[in-house]
Design a protein around this ligand. Structure first.
Ligand SMILES: C[S@@+](CC[C@H](N)C(=O)[O-])C[C@H]1O[C@@H](n2cnc3c(N)ncnc32)[C@H](O)[C@@H]1O
Length: 299
């Protein structure tokens, strides 16, 4: 079912260049964006595993300055189309070009977004197996935030059942013969479910590939909008969306991880251990040795 939000048609996929399409979308209609852009990895210039990550319909080899300028423009367009209070989960990774480390923070920090958290995506497997460094098994997910008003630098507190999941996400990469590097569906599910806390909202993925973010959004009861330059990936995404029920089990398994037996507020109200910093602040003394050993105080 398609719908409208402002002038934007929802529950659809637009085939085209992300930046060009984003520029045509109305202001402030998106609640959560989750995406992984092409990484400008130079395709066949480096590591043998990278050779396999070749997209249908797009080259992934640009002048680095041009690439970063384009990514900043995309980040800022997503900022414009996002409602105040909305979130953007932007997945990228650390790369090396002729020995120089290029960190995504270099350009993410130049966008309009408030950087709420840098999440480590521990993939448990190295993409480039080379001998000069320890195996790089992580990627980054930047949780970016659009303030609701001037000076709103933090936003609303995250519901404890999501906050307990920690800032290191151990999720193995997805293997799918239809696309070189799709998200595992648990990843966009975690982003959307944490940010919206079960509420309905509009979810965007401007580099949606075969539509994993969109399937997660649909199964979580949200509206979605996807963009990808490849008509073939978009077609696969549409087919996945039609059969989204097949992926429900994995989405529900991820949702089931978001639990807390006692909330932070409940612990505070009962005078129970709520963490060293808070305890000292609230009661002015050290907690007992036994409770100090609790690894996750809110469990
Ligand atoms: C890392 S993949 C995203 C995969 C996606 N998360 C999924 O689960 O299938 C990046 C995607 O960006 C698309 N792409 C490359 N250049 C693009 C551009 N200029 N505009 C829009 N999409 C582009 C590629 O076709 C590819 O599907």
């Amino acid at each position: 079912m398609t719908g409208q939000s402002g002038n934007a048609e929802l529950n659809t996929i637009i085939v085209g260049d992300a930046l060009t399409v984003l520029r045509q979308l109305p202001d402030a209609f998106v609640d959560v964006t989750v995406t992984s852009p092409p990484y400008n990895k130079g395709e066949r210039d480096r590591g043998w595993l990278v050779d396999r990550v070749v997209y249908e319909g797009a080259r992934d080899s640009k002048d680095e300055a041009e690439y970063q300028a384009e990514q900043i423009a995309v980040l800022d367009e997503v900022y414009r189309v996002t409602r105040p209070g909305g979130s953007f989960f932007y997945n990228h990774k650390i790369r090396w070009v002729r020995g120089r480390l290029i960190h995504p923070y270099e350009w993410v920090s130049q966008s309009h977004w408030m950087l709420r958290q840098e999440i480590i995506w521990h993939r448990k497997i190295a993409a480039n197996i080379r001998g000069w460094r320890f195996w790089q098994v992580d990627e980054r997910i930047y949780w970016l935030y659009k303030p609701r008003f001037d000076g709103d630098t933090i936003g609303e507190e995250l519901n404890p059942r999501h906050a307990l999941l920690t800032s290191v996400w151990e999720i193995p990469p997805e293997r799918d013969p239809r696309h070189p590097n799709p998200f595992p569906i648990e990843l966009p599910t975690r982003c959307i479910y944490s940010a919206l806390d079960g509420e309905r909202g509009v979810v965007l993925d401007p580099y949606c590939g075969i539509g994993t973010t969109l399937v997660a959004a649909k199964l979580l009861g949200c509206d979605y909008l996807g963009i990808d330059i490849s008509a073939r990936y978009a077609e696969i995404a549409r087919e996945r969306l039609q059969n989204a029920g097949r992926e429900e089990t994995r989405v529900q398994a991820e949702v089931a991880l978001h639990v807390v037996r006692k909330t932070f507020r409940e612990r505070k109200e009962r005078g129970e251990w709520v963490g060293r910093f808070r305890q000292n602040m609230l009661l002015g003394h050290e907690p007992k040795e036994r409770v100090k050993q609790t690894r996750f105080p809110m469990e």
